[in-house]
Write a protein that binds this ligand. Structure first.
Ligand SMILES: [Zn+2]
Length: 50
């Protein structure tokens, strides 16, 4: 079963939930695909370090 959860806030691709596995991340209430979530998290850590 594949369900569209919403669109990635960064690349605007559809983010799916497949067989109960959520293929994305929610950061600060925004939805991201796995790839953009990783990038966003990298951005977070570098921002926090400054
Ligand atoms: Zn994305």
């Amino acid at each position: 079963m594949r369900e569209i959860i919403g669109k990635c806030q960064a690349c605007h691709k559809d983010v799916f939930c497949e067989n109960g596995f959520f293929e994305g991340e929610q950061l600060d209430g925004k939805l991201y695909c796995v790839i953009c979530a990783e990038k966003a998290l990298e951005g977070y850590t570098s921002e926090k370090n400054e």
